[in-house]
Each structure stands twice: as C-alpha cells, then as structure tokens.
Write a protein that binds this ligand. Structure first.
Ligand SMILES: *Cc1c(COP(=O)(O)O)cnc(C)c1O
Length: 417
C-alpha cells in the first residue's frame, strides 16, 4: 500500500497534542507556500497571471495572509468572505466576487472594495446597476451547458448547474454592460470540481479562448482577462496522482498561442480561483480514539465528528487515515471510524483496513485542509474545533480557537425564558 506522509514526526505531533488537545485542524505553512509557488511558476509565461484563492475552502485569515504574501488574491461569494479579504488587506481586483443569487448588500460591499464582480446572470445587470452601480471593469460567469460534457457529482453537469450565463445570452450581456458604461471586461467559468485529469483544464481553456474570440467578433469587446475557475482535484487516495501543473500550464500556453495570439487578443491575462488544491492536501484533522465497540461491525469512535469534516458523510468521500506511531504496522483490522453525532452518516471511514487501534491513539485524517473545518456546523450542539498552523520554523500557532458553549448560545437570550 502506498503511504501518505505527515509533515511532523510522531514525537512532534505528540507535543502538539499535549499542548492543544484534540480535535484540531493543523495546516502546513511551508507546503502551502511551496505548492502555490509551483502553480504560479507553471503559469509564469502569462503576463499578470493571478490565482484568487476560493475563500470558502479555508476561510481563515491567517491562511489567506500567507497566500496574500505569495501574491494570491481572493475569490469570494458572500459578505463574510468579502470582509475576510478586506481584513487580510486585499484590495481592488485582487478580489474576485463570484457570487450567485446575490443580495444587494453583497454587491455594494464588493463595489466598495473595488472587487472584480463576476455576474452570474444577465438579469443581474439591472439589479447591480440599481443597487450598486455598474463598475468600469466587470465580468460574466459562463455556463456552457450541453456544449461542455462531463461534470462530476460535486458540481454536476454544466447543463444542470444553476451557475452562470448561457451562451445565447452572453453576447447581448456584454453589449448591455458596455452601453451602461463598463469599459473593461473579463470572462469566467467554473465547470468542474475535484478533477484530476489535466487535459480537462486544457480543454476548458480552449473553450474559453474560443469564446473570447467570438465575443470580439460578435460584440467588438476585447476580453482582458479569462478566469478559468478552480476545480483542480487532489489525490485523496494514496494511489491517485496529483494534477501535473506544469503539463497544464504548458498545454494551456499552446492553446493560447493557437487561438489568442493569431486573433489579436494577446496580451490577455489568465486567472484561476482554485481552492481545494491550494490548501486541501496540507491540512490534517487530528483526533483521538475515544471508544471502541464491537457489535455487528467494529467501530472506533473519535473525539472529532462530521462537524469537523463532512465530506465522507455527504459525498462518501475517501480521506486517508494514519494511526500515529503505527505507520509500519500491518493494516489487518477492519473498522468503521466514527464521530459522535446522532446521525449514522457520521463516519470518517467505513470498512477501512487499519492497524489495530487502541483507545487513546492519535488518528490523523488527511487532506482536510479544504472544505474541512470550513463546512463545519453545529448540529447536535457540536462545537467547532480549533485550527492550528505549523509554521515554517516548526513552531505552532493557534489561528482559530475552538468554539465554546458561550459562543453556541450567544444568539439566544435566556433571560426572557
Ligand atoms: C468553489 C469554487 C471555487 C473553488 O473550487 P475548488 O474546487 O476548491 O478549486 C472557485 N470558484 C467558484 C465560483 C467556486 O464556487
């Protein structure tokens, strides 16, 4: 069986566990920095390439700050995410606002920050004009519908997805924006999630470049920036391979030279808004085995639950598990690894072969750095866990404390009972 490594030794982790107590999420700063540098290098041939981190993946300002230091912006889709971007010091077009079903106050906040607004529908043109005004630079999210095959279970097929503007509407949409005073234009799409096939991203770029050319020909508008969205997958399973970013960058370059250059659209900027691949593999949920029960199946109950990581529960997603200190032992025990919710989906793994687990063993759940803590919730009155940062100098910083009962009850006025 292929191994998945940890960024700390068993001894280092034991110290962290003693200091901070499980459960917690811990993020590996150095690995995050190395990874984003690699992404930027793969696209260094693009003048002004920009990655806007999809804040929803890991909405922690300490993580966003590290990314900002690396030149990465934010992709926001709610008021809270815009405020986080603002707190981190991001400004103007470093922030992309890719929302849908958008409330007026969120458009107003996006305008106040000078964010690049990415409209989800042509009806939002009038809505935005009325509520916040049309900015000089604006963009559309494109939904290719049946023109782009092969979505997956997380985002669905483009044709069934609620997002974006259809092809027959997009040309009039740009013309209308221009008539209302917009002067600079972007084009965006997000058609896939957690995809590991690098060619998918190259083909998406081709589709977008061709559309940029068509927009120029039909409307006379020059697309200044094409945002290819996120969706780069990560190898959750040990036998899977990460997307070859250099391959993606090199091949998108070829398509750029084939389509953008001869059609007079060069220089055109390329942006992305990846979330999962930026932090996903570099965050770990660390828990302790609390109970062990043997009925019709064998269960290991952790002190973490689905509120800390709901992907296995809602998608049946695989997350690799390491029993700390037992990495070299035989995986000869079959367990369901569970949390404590009164909800039978609350399992981190089902029928997983692992080394023999004893109560008190420290369990690491891998690839929890994106859509992990972020998707937490309070069902059953479960409190959300803390977040830690393993810094480059190997020290550990608390970057979000655990929720308390006071936090949980803060919205209820018990004095009026
Ligand atoms: C979620 C999302 C992303 C990021 O997707 P990943 O799969 O995490 O890369 C980017 N853009 C939009 C609009 C999103 O909703």
């Amino acid at each position: 069986m292929v191994q998945k490594n940890l960024p700390f030794s068993a001894e280092e982790l034991q110290n962290i566990v003693e200091n901070y107590k499980t459960p917690f999420h811990i993020y590996d700063e150095k690995a995050i920095r190395d990874n984003v540098r690699r992404l930027q290098k793969a696209f260094s041939w693009v003048k002004g390439f920009k990655e806007h981190f999809a804040v929803k993946a890991t909405p922690n300002p300490y993580i966003m700050k590290i990314l900002a230091e690396e030149g990465i912006g934010a992709d926001c889709s709610s008021l809270a995410e815009l405020v986080l971007a603002e707190k981190v010091g991001l400004k103007g077009e470093d922030i992309v606002f890719t929302s849908n079903d958008t409330p007026a106050e969120e458009y107003r906040k996006a305008r106040e920050l000078g964010a690049l607004i990415n409209l989800d529908d042509i009806t939002h043109i009038d809505f935005l004009a009325k509520e916040a005004g049309i900015p000089e630079m604006i963009s559309f999210r494109y939904n290719p519908g049946p023109l782009r095959q092969g979505g997956n279970t997380i985002i669905g097929n483009p044709e069934d997805a609620k997002y974006g503007v259809s092809k027959d509407q997009i040309f009039d949409g740009y013309a209308k924006l221009r008539s209302l005073g917009a002067k600079r234009f972007g084009l965006h799409t997000m058609v896939i999630s957690n995809e590991l096939d690098p060619d998918y991203f190259v083909e998406t770029a081709r589709m977008m470049f061709e559309l940029a050319v068509e927009i120029k020909q039909k409307v006379g508008i020059r697309i200044e920036i094409v945002n290819l969205g996120g969706g780069i997958g990560i190898p959750y399973r040990p036998e899977q391979e990460a997307v070859d970013l250099e391959y993606v960058g090199d091949n998108i370059r070829k398509v750029y030279e084939e389509i953008i250059v001869p059609n007079g659209l060069d220089p055109m900027r390329i942006a992305m808004e990846c979330g999962r691949m930026i932090t996903g593999p570099y965050g770990y949920l660390v828990a302790t085995a609390l109970h062990k029960k043997e009925i019709y199946k064998n269960y290991i109950g952790l002190d973490a639950c689905m509120a800390d990581l709901m992907r296995p529960g809602i998608y049946g997603a695989y997350h690799h598990i390491t029993v700390v200190g037992k990495e070299n032992e035989e995986s000869d025990h079959r367990y369901d690894v569970t949390g404590s919710l009164c909800e039978n989906n609350d399992k981190f793994a089902v029928d997983r072969m692992l080394p023999k687990i004893d109560i008190g063993d420290v369990i690491v759940i891998h690839d929890a750095g994106a859509h992990g803590h972020a998707m937490g919730f309070n069902y059953n009155g479960k409190l959300r866990s803390k977040e830690l940062l393993l810094k480059e100098d190997r020290t550990v910083e608390l970057i979000r404390r655990a929720e308390t009962l006071e936090d949980y009850f803060a919205t209820i006025d018990f004095s009026k009972l």
